[in-house]
Design a protein around this ligand. Structure first.
Ligand SMILES: Cc1cc2nc3c(=O)[nH]c(=O)nc-3n(C[C@H](O)[C@H](O)[C@H](O)COP(=O)(O)OP(=O)(O)OC[C@H]3O[C@@H](n4cnc5c(N)ncnc54)[C@H](O)[C@@H]3O)c2cc1C
Length: 598
């Protein structure tokens, strides 16, 4: 072990986005010695990219909003596949977490009388998203970082964790490498919190950045933890479709929340034709009513553009397939004819600059071209609702890497509140667990040596395939076979492709040395990407129904039996197994909130 740089903590947090920072803050406040690791620079996590806002039933704009309404919206948005207790805790605690953030210095946009302003977002009954223009994530990260740094925990930047370590059944730490030097590093810890975010880079068109290779889900799976509902991947309806070099970059839902509408090539406001039964009673059926809603929510119903993301994404795909798409294969998102330029620039400054700089489109004068982009994974590490504990002792997970809260489809704004609520709970529980542990679990020397040899193999082969070729082929295969709409045949093709990529990975060759070598990093990332891709496909094959983010053309309806089960993926020996296991049952008093739903 002496030959490896080694650090020791009570609680090790892997990932420094909103979930990781909030967890680290809580664990440090509990007196734990905390280490926080991130793949890139501190502050560059996905959270910083969040634009629209953080959902919390503060009731500042609509006093009739409360946790029950938020809970109901979240469950209906997730098509009732959500873990009810997570959804309840989330709705109950989000307001306090947002106010706490404000207390730590976050400067949200304000109402005229000085309270936190809240904006409309799809699937939320009331204006609920606290925001800072369209740069909410930046303010959130800035505040958490500033607060956390003052508490004092060790930060390890540009360090990638590649495996979790165990002492018998228990987690005992993690190991990885410094991205710059390529040298290995070992972290001994009593408890580990995964806060590594999503899997977007398994797909070709995604709003996610290079960091989101599903590392946390893969680390947990290979350490023996359960993953649930991995088939539930969210394709955000509005990503940029043009120019090709920026395809997939997000166009925030706030554009629609602030009045933007979707049109097809015939100029038709097509969303009125795609209102599902479940949402019909709450959705306007004329353009006039939909437009009135922005200023008079009490007497009018919501525009269909603000249906949950899965509904809008499927409608866009249907329009494009029917030949009514925009020139570059999307549809038009128009705010220019609906709001004045000053309002657009003030409310959506990042969107204004994004389109001006990347596409030479002035969104105050012209419509945007948009289409679905892989955005978020609802499935993930199975956790206990109260403690965020995974199914392996000593392992915790919070934020996008964890499954359960969002069911089969996440509502916009519910991720940032998820990070705060369950980041805090994970930090608290992990610190408590570490305190109760009589001694630090052991790290087996031989195990680290073995992992180091495995990681170096791509550099040591004299010949072999480029990791980039495998990565590109994987992204193509996932996009083509496991995208927004799925069939048994395509999923089987996808699975065959994964098996082939696994073989090819055994022969991968990274050119160069260990010093800052993106090719080698990509070769190592493939281990995670292939694991999560396989889990998504196996889950999608098992769930023979359509629900939220998971659409099967061969099973186009939601099946009530599948609505009662999580699809659980776990490692048995070297095999990935799949099982259906019952969802926790919701208590009667909460069930009453859904009476009358079809
Ligand atoms: C463009 C965009 C806009 C969005 N807008 C909103 C919004 O308005 N509202 C909302 O609620 N949600 C929004 N989302 C979703 C939301 O931002 C994310 O779901 C959320 O930020 C995830 O936070 P997290 O803390 O779980 O992970 P992240 O913020 O993704 O952080 C992950 C961390 O893990 C680290 N990491 C990953 N792998 C490793 C590894 N192997 N070793 C070490 N470190 C690792 C990364 O470096 C990073 O520090 C948006 C997402 C995108 C992409």
């Amino acid at each position: 072990m002496d030959r490896f740089e080694t650090h020791e903590h009570d609680v090790l947090v892997i990932g420094a986005g909103g979930a990781g920072l909030r967890a680290a803050i809580e664990a440090a406040a509990e007196g734990a010695r905390v280490g926080l690791i991130c793949k890139s620079l501190l502050g560059k996590a996905h959270t910083v990219m969040a634009e629209g806002g953080v959902a919390a039933a503060l009731g500042n704009i609509y006093p009739e909003d409360n946790w029950r309404v938020h809970f109901r919206d979240t469950m209906r948005g997730g098509k009732m596949l959500n873990n009810w207790r997570m959804a309840m805790l989330h709705a109950q605690e989000a307001p306090d977490r947002v106010k706490e953030l404000e207390g730590w210095g976050a400067l949200f946009d304000r109402t005229k009388d000085g309270r936190i302003l809240q904006r409309d977002f799809a699937g939320h009954r009331y204006a609920r998203l606290a925001h800072v223009g369209d740069r909410t994530g930046l303010e959130m990260i800035r505040t958490l970082q500033q607060h956390g740094v003052a508490l004092g925990f060790d930060v390890f930047m540009e360090c990638t964790v590649t495996r979790l370590l165990k002492d018998g059944d228990r987690i005992s730490g993690a190991c990885g490498y410094w991205r710059e030097s390529g040298r290995f590093v070992v972290f001994r810890a009593k408890a580990v919190i995964l806060a590594t975010g999503g899997i977007g880079k398994a797909y070709k068109v995604t709003s996610n950045s290079w960091e989101y290779t599903g590392d946390g889900q893969a680390l947990a799976y290979h350490a023996g933890a359960d993953l649930i509902d991995m088939e539930c991947v969210q394709f955000h309806p509005t990503g940029m479709v043009w120019p090709l070099s920026v395809r997939g970059i997000l166009v925030t839902e706030a554009v629609r929340g602030e009045g933007g509408i979707l049109r097809n090539s015939a100029g038709e406001r097509f969303m009125f034709r795609y209102v599902p039964e479940l949402f019909r009673a709450d959705t306007a059926d004329t353009e006039a009513e939909a437009d009135r809603w922005y200023t008079d929510k009490k007497n009018n119903r919501r525009p269909p553009e603000l249906l949950p993301r899965d509904e809008v994404a499927r409608a866009i795909v249907a329009e494009v397939k029917a030949g009514r798409g925009s020139p570059h294969g999307g549809v038009f998102l128009d705010i220019a004819t609906r709001r004045d330029p000053e309002f657009i620039r003030r409310k959506l400054p990042s969107m204004y600059h994004q389109f001006k700089e990347l596409a030479d489109v002035d969104i105050t004068k012209q419509p945007m071209e948009v289409g679905p982009t892989c955005h978020y994974i609802m499935g993930g590490v199975r956790v206990d609702a109260d403690t965020a504990a995974a199914t392996v002792p000593g392992l915790f997970a919070a934020g996008e890497v964890a499954g359960g809260l969002h069911g089969s489809n996440r509502l916009g704004g519910n991720s940032l509140s998820d990070l705060l609520v369950f980041g805090r709970r994970a930090g608290l529980a992990a610190a408590g667990y570490a305190k109760r542990l009589p001694r630090a679990p052991a790290v087996a020397e031989g195990e680290v040596e073995r992992l180091a040899r495995e990681m170096l193999a791509p550099l040591e082969r004299s010949t072999g395939e480029s990791p980039y070729a495998i990565q590109e082929a994987l992204q193509e295969a996932m996009e083509a076979n496991v995208g927004i709409v799925r069939t048994e045949d395509e999923l089987r093709k996808g699975l065959e492709a994964i098996e082939e990529f696994k073989q090819r990975l055994r022969q991968v060759k990274a050119v160069g040395t260990r010093q800052y070598n993106p090719g080698w990093h990509t070769a190592l990332d493939l281990w995670s990407l292939l694991t999560v891709s396989e889990a998504i496909i196996r889950g999608a094959l098992e769930r023979k129904e359509s629900r939220g983010g998971h659409t099967r053309l061969d099973y186009p309806k939601a099946d009530p039996q599948f609505g009662k089960v999580n699809v659980v993926v776990r490692k048995e020996g070297d095999r990935m197994t799949v099982a259906r296991e019952p969802l926790p049952e919701m208590p009667r008093e909460l069930q009453a909130l859904f009476e009358g739903d079809k």
